[in-house]
Design a protein around this ligand. Structure first.
Ligand code: AMP
Ligand code: GLY
Length: 427
């Protein structure tokens, strides 16, 4: 098969690295790719949001299957446009991608189908929103309805903070994504992610993971796209997984089908594990980044047939094997991220990191110039380790980080801390 992967992050490097191993691959392309993806796929200089060029390229190269990594092209309708051109792709239609593209759509679907999630209201003007928060308790959670690169959520600790946030969002803080807002109850608990593949009817549970969104150690500082992750997440016990599938995932897939917008691709549920069981924080309609790196590191089967099966209602026939180990990824980012950072700094030591047993060095914001690898983005590398325990996977990943020579980069030093603590307490 000729396969084209769309995107340029660590997620897409992990996907390309995994797909490249498939005996079904005849040729693997990635648009636009990055400095690491170049080693496993032919990178094509087309942006992930350049829908027209992607469709033209796919037709020209007679691509059999397109794997869409990020959410923006999905919400823009890339899967629909490819389908109109007779090209199969992994990922939902624009209508079904509203599960991520509109928090209000997702919350309404939960309400209609009794799916456990935080209580909420939708608002399209500041006055009603302010009147609502004045009647509520704090902290309270205020979210832009649309896509905001994972940054559109503000937890307001007081009425004045909430009012300020409402003004800022309606004032354009998140552009058009904030034309409508969702205000919701603050849920307490531990967060976890759960991933399933679906063909619109059947589901194939993949795995659990936990992500570290905050930039600083101890989960402090502003939120980022994700500074590290590990899989599996011990907080997701078999009971929690069953409850998530029965109360959250299955009703969602059934409701989408009933509404005439079947969801296909990967559904990523962001969960809060509360004292009343799992509750849905949000849906994403694509793999997580960096969670995809740890899922791919643990993948023991050919992933390509499973992705293809989401497009032809044959997922019920697919089985995937997982490596028994824990995988843990530490993201190395450029100093200043998630704010402004320097670009085009030189990274050394990638070969030494990748040479360590059970260490994988995935690239995110990098490019190659001759033999030199340069950092071009905020999140730059995803150093991934495998181990029998979370502690061992953590040790492996950080041994990879130690081999990297990149003075302009930083990482958190405590990725996996909750699970390591659990292991130490023998839970
Ligand atoms: P989201 O982009 O919706 O995943 O939200 C980003 C982060 O905000 C989540 O990972 C949570 O840490 C936090 N968050 C979102 N909604 C809630 C909620 N209702 N209660 C508590 N924390 C939340
Ligand atoms: N790591 C969080 C996300 O991909 O949305």
């Amino acid at each position: 098969m000729k396969v084209l992967v769309i995107g340029s992050g660590g997620r897409e490097h992990a996907l390309c690295w995994t797909l490249k191993k498939s005996p079904l691959i005849e040729r693997l392309f990635c648009a636009p790719g990055n400095g690491g993806i170049e080693e496993v796929a032919d990178c094509v200089d087309i942006g992930a949001e350049d829908i027209e060029k992607i469709v033209d390229f796919s037709k020209m190269e007679a691509i059999d299957f397109v794997v869409i990594g990020p959410e923006v092209p999905l919400v823009m309708g890339l899967a629909d446009k490819l389908s109109e051109a007779g090209i199969r792709s992994f990922g939902p239609s624009a209508a079904a991608a509203a599960l991520e593209g509109s928090k209000g759509f997702m919350k309404d679907l939960c309400r209609k189908n009794n799916i456990p999630t935080a209580a909420y209201q939708r608002f399209d003007n500041p006055d009603e929103a302010k009147a609502y928060v004045a009647r509520n308790t704090f902290p309270i959670v205020i979210k832009a309805d649309g896509l905001a690169a994972g940054k559109g959520v503000i937890i307001a600790g007081s009425l004045s903070e909430a009012n300020e946030t409402i003004d800022e969002i309606f004032g354009g803080l998140f552009g058009g994504a904030g034309a409508e807002i969702v205000i919701e109850e603050f849920m307490e608990g531990e967060e976890a992610s759960f991933f399933v593949l679906t063909d619109g009817e059947n589901i194939l549970p993949l795995a659990t993971a936990q992500d570290h969104k905050a930039v600083g150690d101890g989960d402090t500082g502003p939120n980022t796209g994700g500074m590290g992750a590990y899989s599996p997440a011990p907080v997701m016990t078999p009971e929690m997984i069953d409850a998530t599938i029965d109360r959250i995932i299955k009703p969602t897939i059934a409701a989408m089908k009933k509404q005439g917008i079947p969801f296909t691709g990967v559904l990523y549920a962001g969960l809060m594990i509360t004292k009343d069981g799992p509750k849905l924080i949000e849906y994403n309609v694509r793999f997580g980044d960096p969670e995809c790196q740890v899922l791919c590191a643990r993948m023991g089967s050919d992933l390509l047939p499973a992705l293809v099966a989401t497009t032809n209602e044959s997922l019920a026939d697919v089985k995937l094997q997982w490596r028994d180990e824990t995988a843990l990824v530490v993201v190395m980012a450029a100093h200043g991220y998630p704010g402004a950072y320097e670009k085009n700094t030189t990274i050394k030591g990638l070969g030494a990191a990748a040479a360590i047993d059970d260490v994988l060095a995935f690239h995110a914001g990098t490019k190659r110039e001759g033999d030199t690898v340069l950092a071009t983005g905020g999140r730059v590398l995803g150093i991934t380790g495998l181990g029998k325990t979370v502690k061992q996977a953590q040790k492996k990943a950080y041994s990879g980080v130690d081999a990297i020579d990149w003075p302009q980069g930083f990482c958190r030093s405590d990725i996996g801390w909750r699970a390591v603590k659990r292991e130490e307490q023998g839970q």
